[in-house]
Design a protein around this ligand. Sequence first.
Ligand code: SUG
Length: 421
Amino acid sequence: MALTEINFDGIVGPSHNYAGLSLGNLAATAHAGNVSSPRAAALQGIAKMRANKALGLVQGFFLPLPRPNARYLTHLAADAATDRGLIAGAWSASSMWTANAATVSPAPDTADGKCHLTVANLVTMPHRAHEWPDTLRQLQVAFSDKAHFAVHDPVPPSFGDEGAANHMRLTAGHGQPGLEVFVYGRSGGRFPARQHEQASRIVARQHRLDPERVLFIEQNPDAIAAGAFHNDVVSVANERVLFTHEQAFADPAAAYEAIRARFPAVEIVEVPASAVSLEEAIRTYLFNAQLLSLPEGEMALVIPTEADESSAVRGWLDRMLASNGPIRRVIPVDVKQSMANGGGPACLRLRVVADPATVDPRFLLDDEKADRIERVIARHWPEQIDPADLGSPSLEKTVQDARSHLLDALDLAKLAGSESA
Ligand code: SUG
């Protein structure tokens, strides 16, 4: 089979909770302390995968990581009563947002003709910084075919790297060479800039990209300060289309010019602030959408229901659809449980352009496997978690058992236990 885009969604883990750990992520901090619904969250995620698969797309998934992370907890020497944030961090299900798992450069872009993946170090947020060893282990299993994939260690922790959430690819077709656009933050005003320029540059060199087909663009500090903690909250690209908010980049005119110079076929669909303010774009996650090329050839935008329910956003989308632009369909999806932690449809997936036959088939979804996963979730995922219960031995057992049942059901028991320290 030819190279195709495969979306790997993170299965929402059984410890999904609202601990309010991500400074600068407004949804996560607004919902801090709320009771979460891990079972509903995971089922929402499976429904999204099923819907995308039904569009004729290839769908993969990654497993939740072992939580609580026992070795990490030991190293924290945390006090159960006073170090609640640290403990919650060890329990976080944040690996569900696989757009932060790694940066991916497909084979047509790299000097050795392999698909390169660099696991993200996620060092800016403590609860995410301990994800990468287990994520790496999973990537090494899913993409173990060394003739087709090169899986890299994270860039040094001195440079924060948040993976594909700050990376876009423009190309005439997924299987053709592309322009890889890395977006970094220099200043985030009141909030941290999570993607360091040097991390992006290291990844580009490590992936052996052609310097003529790489761009490094600064994110607008005002966007970070308004809550766009990753570029994928304000822009998304697919094939020849860049769908972006007017205020996504520090210098939008220079950014568009540089993109056009290297990829003249680009179609930039820019949403002006006069139609959708930066705040409304961030509140509704209009840009944290999956922009997908359907088998029939047209493009669809999979948006969160929050965006569909906004009159400003919906009004703009209706005008866009009427204008005969490159995006021909808009498909709302309910991922409310993830959205309340600042993770929309695009955060929940990692795009890998590859021949599906070269990927470990245990990570690819079919209908029967979706049924199997749903059954495990319905039976073993907790219905609710109050963040005050994080640390409880009985909840710990429930969460660990739930994950083991999933691993067994998918023949992936070898990923039991933890690599993280
Ligand atoms: O890293 N939220 C995640 C959301 C990640 C979204 N990813 C992309 N935009 N690609 C984060 O901020 C909240 C967890 C908590 O507060 O309990 C959290 O980690």
